[in-house]
Design a protein around this ligand. Structure first.
Ligand SMILES: Nc1ncnc2c1ncn2[C@@H]1O[C@H](COP(=O)(O)OP(=O)(O)OP(=O)(O)O)[C@@H](O)[C@H]1O
Length: 401
């Protein structure tokens, strides 16, 4: 470990930036000859959660959560409202105790069947959705609140912390209500960083910000924490935020983690249909899996390591389906939805032609589905237009119910 100029213990480059191969092989579209490297690291685990459960009365809100987070890396926990994300974060922070299971920080058990370390002894920072600054204190006093320093030493440290979150030191004199929402969130982060936590927990800290500010604040916060070598967990229900913020994404559904992996892997190789649909737009159509080809109304789509053969759901991301003058698939535009940089185009695919001499296989798809793709040129895709399409990359299949 090296010591960060701001007083943080920063992992050496080879401790935090190592990469390892993805278990289960590269994602679709990755040539075999290229070595795919995951964003995960070889750094030791900082946080280890084992079979964590939490009941409120008779309701089981966490149903056996397992999660490892490497030292100095970031994980986003994403999932629908009520899936248990905040509950998990509060158990890690030490604001509540688990009903069963274990939590270890830096190899030391902080919560378990016979262990309980209170929140203030866990070296964990927590930034809430609204920042929760003390309104009657100046920005400087808010940040200095938890510092063991006083006078000039405290003022110097407050200045350093403001610089870390990309704010001028002159802001120290202001009151929270004199700051924008994004600035308030940065001050909340500076206040949490003042205690030099080794683990930072962010509970939807950007959700109250408008779109532009949200992206800028998210980037600034992510960079600050990465540079300081602080292990970070972000809870969000916004899938694009999760995919862009973190080295690792954990998808929570109904009190369990449905999938954990790099953003690229969870987006391109979701483990099930619900995860696929939660993480972004998905084209899901009926197909017939034969070897490594999924036969469907979009043609024969290659699938890496299909879990089953026969009737399946095939999933593609809309950006994998391109309008192409000599594409092999034909379809007709049903309608469009214009939203600036791109247009969502609803296309009815041609039914699969059946040769009179070879009657249709009753198992195989008949085609004619309506799918959504995206295109930059709204004029090209007027309703009724006949289009040729092609598919790039590989599909993912899920078993037929
Ligand atoms: N203290 C509590 N007592 C009883 N039930 C609770 C308590 N805290 C949370 N719950 C319940 O646990 C479930 C999960 O809540 P939690 O806040 O963890 O979800 P979440 O995924 O963070 O949701 P959101 O994205 O809406 O914040 C919800 O059904 C909630 O009502």
């Amino acid at each position: 470990m090296t010591t960060h100029p701001h007083g943080f213990n920063t992992p050496r480059p080879n401790e935090s930036s190592g990469a390892r191969h993805v278990r289960g092989g590269p994602p679709p579209g990755t040539p075999e000859s290229l070595t795919f490297v995951d964003a995960a690291s070889d750094a030791p685990d900082h946080l280890q959660i084992t079979n964590l459960r939490k009941n409120f009365g008779g309701a089981e809100v966490l149903k056996g959560v397992n999660l490892d987070v490497a030292q100095g890396r970031s994980t986003a926990i994403v999932g629908p409202s009520g899936s248990g994300k905040t509950t998990l974060l509060r158990l890690i922070a030490g604001f509540a105790s688990p009903s069963a299971g274990r939590i270890a920080l830096g190899g030391e058990e902080v919560a378990g069947p016979s262990t309980w370390l209170p929140a203030h002894k866990r070296s964990v920072g927590y930034v809430a959705q609204d920042g929760a600054l003390f309104p009657h204190l100046s920005v400087g006093a808010n940040i200095a609140f938890g510092l063991p320093l006083r006078g000039k030493a405290a003022a110097l440290r407050v200045g350093e912390l403001l610089e870390m979150v990309s704010m001028d030191t002159s802001y120290a004199k202001r009151r929270p209500h004199q700051l924008s929402g994004g600035q308030q969130q940065r001050v909340a982060l500076a206040r949490a960083l003042a205690r030099q936590p080794q683990l930072m927990l962010l509970d939807e800290p950007f959700s109250a910000l408008d779109a532009g500010l949200r992206v800028a604040t998210r980037r600034a916060v992510s960079q600050t924490l990465k540079q300081a070598g602080v292990t970070t967990i972000l809870v969000t229900h916004d899938q694009s935020e999760a995919l862009s913020f973190a080295d690792q994404v954990a998808v929570m559904r109904d009190g369990k983690l449905a999938q954990i992996g790099s953003p690229f892997v969870v987006y391109t190789r979701p483990s099930d249909r619900a995860t696929a649909e939660f993480l972004g737009d998905a084209v899901i159509i009926e197909a017939w899996m034969e070897g490594s080809l999924a036969l469907c109304s979009l043609g024969g789509i290659p699938v890496r390591r299909p879990p089953v053969q026969g009737k399946v759901y095939l999933m593609l991301r809309p950006e994998q389906i391109r309008i192409s003058s000599n594409g092999p698939i034909r379809g007709r535009v049903v309608d469009t939805d214009y939203f600036g940089p791109e247009t969502t185009v609803r296309i009815q695919l041609e039914p699969i032609l059946v040769d009179a001499e070879h009657p249709a296989d009753p198992h195989q798809p008949v085609g004619g589905e309506i799918i959504n793709i995206r295109h930059w040129n709204a004029m090209l895709a007027r309703p009724g237009t006949e289009l040729s399409l092609k598919v790039v990359g590989e599909g993912v299949v899920f078993p037929w119910d």
